[in-house]
Design a protein around this ligand. Structure first.
Ligand code: DX5
Ligand code: ZN
Length: 216
């Protein structure tokens, strides 16, 4: 069945959102990845609820929301009401991560914890059994189109081992600089979900790019 592929809305053409979301709906994409940035946790601002309301109306794929914001707890219920499937919160933004994770689950969403490139995976030791997914950032969050951080391959392999050793069924998702070459090595290292912005949306044939990513 191949790896799960989640194209990232951040790289879409917001002047032609209906056209780009039609493409996603027709494609083999499994999820739509949605990057919410507040200009505080990361040095960029993306989009908020008014835009996401339109996205939800146009998109038939499950929504994988990546919150790059401080105080994500304040917005959990609103993302659930939007119809979010999985909610990714940054480890670095959550003082009481266990509480945040259980609030996300209580609201009926899959809970995922996200790590920045410099955050070691050993911080997951006491939360791994409580989350449905770990999102490893393979670039520093904030912008699409950045260069893949090579160290991520080895980090994925260590996380794969940690998950298998614990007997968990936690998914591993990666985000940033994923192309056909880095994607293939990430899948070999044990990744379950590939997020891809530029590789999909800057392709002359985005549907074909999604198919290629799925079959790496
Ligand atoms: C970066 C975002 C990513 C971004 C990935 O902070 O979290 O989801 O859209 O874009 P690419 O695939 O172009 O690196
Ligand atoms: Zn993201």
């Amino acid at each position: 069945m191949g790896v799960i592929v989640a194209p990232s809305l951040l790289s879409a053409d917001f002047g032609h959102l209906d056209r780009d979301l039609d493409m996603i709906n027709r494609s083999d994409a499994d999820w739509l990845h949605i990057d919410v940035m507040d200009g505080v946790f990361v040095p960029n601002i993306s989009f908020g609820f008014p835009v996401l309301k339109s996205v939800v109306a146009l998109c038939s794929k499950p929504l994988d929301v990546h919150l790059m914001i401080v105080n994500p707890d304040n917005y959990i219920e609103r993302f659930a009401a939007l119809g979010t499937m999985s909610l990714n919160v940054h480890y670095e933004a959550c003082t009481h991560l266990h509480r945040t994770i259980y609030e996300i689950r209580r609201c009926g969403m899959k809970a995922a914890v996200t790590l920045n490139p410099a955050t070691p995976i050993n911080v997951l030791e006491d939360i791994l059994g409580d989350v449905q997914m770990v999102l490893l950032m393979t670039v520093n969050p904030g912008f699409g189109g950045q260069k893949f951080i090579e160290h991520s391959i080895e980090k994925v392999a260590r996380l794969r081992e940690m998950i298998d050793r614990g007997g968990y069924n936690t998914l591993i998702e990666v985000d940033g600089g994923v192309n056909f070459e880095t994607g293939k090595r990430l899948v070999e290292a044990g990744v379950d979900v590939l997020v891809s912005g530029n590789t999909v949306f800057s392709s002359s044939n985005p549907e074909e790019a999604i198919r290629r990513l799925k079959n790496l």
